[in-house]
Design a protein around this ligand. Structure first.
Ligand SMILES: Cc1cc2nc3c(=O)[nH]c(=O)nc-3n(C[C@H](O)[C@H](O)[C@H](O)COP(=O)(O)OP(=O)(O)OC[C@H]3O[C@@H](n4cnc5c(N)ncnc54)[C@H](O)[C@@H]3O)c2cc1C
Length: 385
């Protein structure tokens, strides 16, 4: 998104992606109302909505066996009053296809950044590994948007604060049948959580486990894991046996962390590279996109003319740090109180907050706003046109 916006503003941009395509199983699928609003502001919304996707207007979860509404997006002050579920590779292909229409945009696949180059303290570019050999790319600004295992962040020596996370996620596919429930679903049960993302002909399953607990689960055996999944979502009973080999079950480690400084001279980190997000609330993609918009809004004009100062880069952090802190605090809270088994609720009882949402429909607009728009939403500024 940062590459798209900067190129649209006439800034020469090279986006480096280490993989040969965007097809990653572990990406989230949520495109939030605030991102859809941005697509509208960019004039891309109609075409975007022509891509295969699902529209979720109300978020519901099955909590201790009871179906409960969590968030109602229908009253949001946005053009699209829903979350669009679209595999992230489709979204990235869509965005990069549009970015390629700008003469100043280049996307280089299978180009892995392995190091930074410096002139004393100043970052001057990156070293890149490609199938055709290594190369060096010089740049006025390096933007680290390389996710939660960011090499840019490490090589830049930026200090990171870790906020302990007590969960990991098992990530696997189970086939989908015609009579299955129609929506993406979250099943909470006594502090445990199974999420099913509808990917057309299969369910992408995210099963939350205690951090470091995968070895114990393996020791107990596949049958036990299958039984546990069925205890959350009984309709999967006839096909949970598809998970017949541990190679079909990937362990995704969950982190929440944040850089103290998101930048140094001629380098800026955004998205998970600056602040790794957990899946809680499904807001990490939205936050990364908001960072990209703020980056383009604040820097595009100067970048057209040449390098930007460290103070300019700090302004991006100043703008985005507060929303990041708030959302990460929410994620830490959710981990502690909802999905780590620390709750003491009876098997069939609903947590108090969930009961409130059930009793008072108006309250569902609070999580809708937090998840769907988030604090301090960014808008496409005419300046980057
Ligand atoms: C299990 C799990 C499920 C999640 N589900 C959701 C969800 O449903 N909704 C949601 O909003 N958030 C979700 N999140 C959080 C979300 O995935 C992240 O917050 C979001 O993807 C961050 O976007 P990003 O662009 O900063 O980084 P990423 O999406 O990680 O993208 C980084 C990109 O950089 C590339 N790259 C990495 N290193 C290099 C390198 N050295 N050289 C070149 N390229 C490189 C990667 O291949 C990748 O394409 C989930 C997180 C986890 C762990």
């Amino acid at each position: 998104m940062a590459g798209y916006l900067l190129a649209r503003a006439g800034v020469p941009v090279i986006v480096l992606e280490k993989h040969a395509d965007f097809f990653r199983d572990f990406r989230g699928d949520t495109i939030h109302p605030s991102t859809l609003q941005l697509m509208y502001e960019l004039g891309l919304l109609d075409e975007f909505l022509n891509q295969p996707h699902q529209e979720v207007r109300e978020l519901r979860a099955v909590v201790n066996g009871q179906l409960v509404p969590i968030a109602d997006f229908t009253k949001l002050p946005t053009r699209c009053k829903f979350i669009a579920f679209m595999p992230q590779w489709d979204f990235l292909n869509f965005l990069s296809a549009h970015a390629k229409q700008f003469p100043s945009f280049q996307l280089l696949m299978q180009h892995e950044v392995v190091d930074l180059t410096f002139d004393q303290e100043r970052v001057t570019g990156v070293r890149v590994k490609t199938p055709r050999g290594d190369l060096e790319i010089r740049a006025d600004l390096v933007i680290g948007a390389d996710g939660r295992h960011s090499i840019i962040q490490k090589r830049a020596g930026l200090e990171r604060q870790e906020f302990g996370v007590a969960i990991d996620v098992l990530w696997m596919r189970i086939s989908k049948r015609e009579n299955d429930p129609q929506q993406t679903l979250g099943f909470f049960q006594q502090g445990k959580l199974l999420v099913l993302l509808d990917r057309g002909d299969y369910w992408q399953c995210g099963f939350v486990i205690p951090k470091g607990g995968f070895e114990l689960i393996k020791t107990r055996g596949l049958q036990q894991l299958q039984n546990e999944i069925v205890s959350f979502a009984g309709f999967l009973r006839d096909r949970v046996g598809e998970l017949d080999d541990w190679s079909k079950i990937k362990l995704l480690t969950v982190q929440i962390n944040r850089l103290r400084n998101w930048c140094r001279d001629r380098l800026l980190c955004i998205g998970d590279s600056a602040h790794a997000m957990s899946p809680a609330g499904g807001v990490g993609i939205n936050l990364a996109i908001q960072d990209a918009v703020a980056t383009a809004n604040l820097l595009a004009q100067q970048l057209r003319a040449g390098p930007v100062s460290i103070d300019d880069l700090r302004r991006v952090q100043e703008r985005r740090e507060w929303p990041t802190r708030l959302i990460q605090a929410m994620q830490v809270f959710v981990h502690r109180h909802v999905v780590t088994g620390q709750s003491s609720h009876r098997k069939d009882s609903l947590p108090f907050v969930v009961r409130l949402l059930k009793w008072f429909p108006a309250l569902r607009q609070i999580p809708a706003r937090f998840i769907g728009i988030g604090p301090r939403p960014e808008h496409y500024s005419g300046r980057v046109r």
